[in-house]
Ligand binder design. Structure first.
Ligand SMILES: [Zn+2]
Length: 563
């Protein structure tokens, strides 16, 4: 009795009528995902000058064929009667949202992007969801799944199944190689010049990125926390000077070129323009995402070393605290990514203080607050810190929500939206580009207001402290240039809009005198190339901390310090 798997099953002929081989399902799913689930890739390639003309278009079709064959080969490995449906379900449910995000925002799916996704909180995720995503899931995933789960599958002994699956893998690979052979030159130049395109092949990109992330995690055991700058001490203050009060505002997703102070043609800095601030225009970020930039900014290592060997080291916050200063990290975003774990820190709206209620209109019902919430009650927050430390000096870090996208319009209050009309959707591609830019510029104008208010507050502290303000964003943003949106591109491929960040300093006369800083020299460095590497060392010097780790050549103000 050939093919008889079980004596209780109905006669073979009856069971097989209308039943399909698992391989039919895998090949059809490969075709579906390859062609439809990867529509953003085909759309992108179709429009690229590299693939212009009939020959270019033919190559795009050939490339699509290769992708389908690769998927067919991978899926054929999974074509077992029991496993095939659940596994194809996972593949389809993975592909649909990827198609949506890649198609809508031009994002690249790599391990950095996966890290970002995992570190994003629910509030931020909600910004990204919408009807368009639902449509993608319904069409790309649910529709074929309804068909797949209605199919009856043929039964076959395991060794026969194995034989068929192996044959299927071999055939898919042979066809893929055959297709590749027809256009080897084009394929090689695509892999060399347009490597980012290969990271758009769903769902292989996400699976590959997750796997490499796991591999990275296993490769680098975290180990114990390494002490940095163990020799850090406070420099004795000049007679008659006051303790330093350094206010460091860590911006979010603000890009340099949209600052009026840096030459932007829209009035995005109406308030800072009226204050004596220094704005530096050639500042490079460490990474293109919060997860990549933030820990790097608070490390003494600098980008070049940090990206490959971040280690598990103490941060700037640890060193400031060990030197004896009062430090506080206030967060209005998804947290400090481990930087502030060992020093006083608080979510801006916590702990709720009954005697100092949050002013009306600053926080929404869903818990998200406007950045001004961090400025409210700063006097009380300093008063709550250790008075002995406060007497030596204070470093306050405010971590902004800033220009976090794609729902830029949610980051500004209704009465602070000078640029109209603004895009009021999180599906950026559904708004005219001009409206997306307006919504984004409104966030820059709002940050301008927050920084101006912070400077005004620091002004009230001048009898007690020598205050200074540093503002720098963690990374930039793409706003439709080359059809890219948001951020998080691999650094080498990222456009300058994602890597050029604003850096604004406010150092009043009184502070410059104590710090022996030459104002004219500081102003002259407007277009001197600088980078996130300087943050650590600048905060050390402005807060009067002395350590062998300090690098004057990286300090943003080091070159202008007399003596
Ligand atoms: Zn960020």
């Amino acid at each position: 009795m050939p093919f008889s798997d079980s004596s209780t099953s109905p006669p073979r002929e009856a069971a097989s009528a209308g039943a399909r081989s698992p391989l039919t399902l895998t090949w059809l799913t490969a075709l579906w995902i390859g062609v439809l689930g990867n529509w953003p890739l085909w759309q992108r390639m179709w429009g690229m000058p590299d693939y212009a003309g009939a020959s270019g278009k033919v190559f795009v079709v050939v490339f699509a064929g290769i992708v389908v064959m690769v998927l067919a080969a991978v899926f054929s490995l999974l074509a077992w009667r029991v496993a095939v449906k659940p596994l194809l379900t996972v593949m389809l449910l993975l592909t649909a949202p990827l198609a949506y995000f890649i198609g809508s925002y031009g994002v690249i799916i790599d391990s950095t992007m996966i890290t970002n996704a995992l570190q994003t909180d629910v509030r931020e995720t909600r910004d990204l969801l919408g009807w368009s995503l639902l449509v993608h899931v319904l069409v790309i995933a649910v529709l074929p799944l309804v068909w797949i789960w209605r199919q009856r599958l043929t039964e076959l002994r395991w060794y026969k199944r194995l034989g068929w699956n192996a044959a299927s893998v071999a055939m898919a690979l042979a066809l893929g190689v055959g297709l590749a052979a027809t256009r080897t030159a084009d394929l090689a130049s695509t892999l060399r010049n347009n490597k980012a395109l290969t990271k758009m092949v769903s769902p292989i990109n996400a699976i590959w990125a997750s796997a490499s992330l796991v591999a990275q995690k296993h490769k680098k055991p975290k180990g114990p926390l390494e002490v940095v700058a163990a020799d850090a001490v406070l420099t004795p203050r000049p007679a008659g000077s006051r303790p330093p009060l350094v206010l460091l505002v860590v911006g979010e997703t603000a890009r340099s070129e949209n600052f009026q102070l840096n030459g932007y043609d829209k009035p995005t800095n109406p308030e800072l323009s009226k204050r004596p601030v220094l704005s530096y225009r050639e500042v490079a970020s460490c990474g293109t995402s919060t997860a990549a930039s933030l820990p790097c900014m608070f490390s003494q290592l600098g980008r070049e070393v940090y990206v490959d060997h971040p280690g598990n080291q103490q941060t700037l916050m640890d060193v400031l605290q060990r030197a004896g200063l009062a430090v506080l990290w206030l967060d209005n975003q998804s947290g400090c990514k481990g930087i502030c774990d060992r020093v006083p820190n608080a979510q801006a709206i916590n702990p709720a203080r009954a005697d100092h209620p949050i002013p009306a209109g600053l926080c929404r019902a869903d818990g998200e607050c406007l950045d001004e919430v961090m400025l409210h009650d700063l006097d009380a927050r300093i008063a709550a810190l250790d008075p002995q430390r406060v007497a030596r000096g204070v470093v306050l870090v405010l971590h902004q929500m800033g220009s976090h996208g794609p729902a830029y319009y949610l980051r500004t209050p209704d009465d602070r939206k000078p640029f109209q009309p603004e895009c009021r959707s999180n599906a950026l591609q559904q708004c005219p580009l001009e409206q997306v830019r307006n919504a984004y510029d409104n966030t820059i104008a709002y940050t301008d207001h927050v920084l101006a208010k912070a400077i005004d507050w620091l002004g009230t502290q001048q009898t007690r402290f020598d205050p200074s303000l540093l503002y720098v964003s963690d990374h930039g943003e793409s706003l439709g240039e080359n059809n890219l949106f948001l951020h998080g591109m691999p650094y080498a491929l990222a456009p300058k809009q994602q890597k050029h960040v604003p850096l604004i300093l406010w150092l009043p006369e009184q502070t410059r005198a104590t710090q022996q800083l030459d104002g004219e020299c500081l102003a002259k460095r407007r277009d001197t190339p600088m980078s996130h590497d300087g943050l650590y060392h600048t905060v050390l010097s402005l807060s009067g901390v002395q350590t062998s780790v300090y690098r004057k050549d990286w300090d943003w103000v080091g070159a202008c310090r007399k003596g």
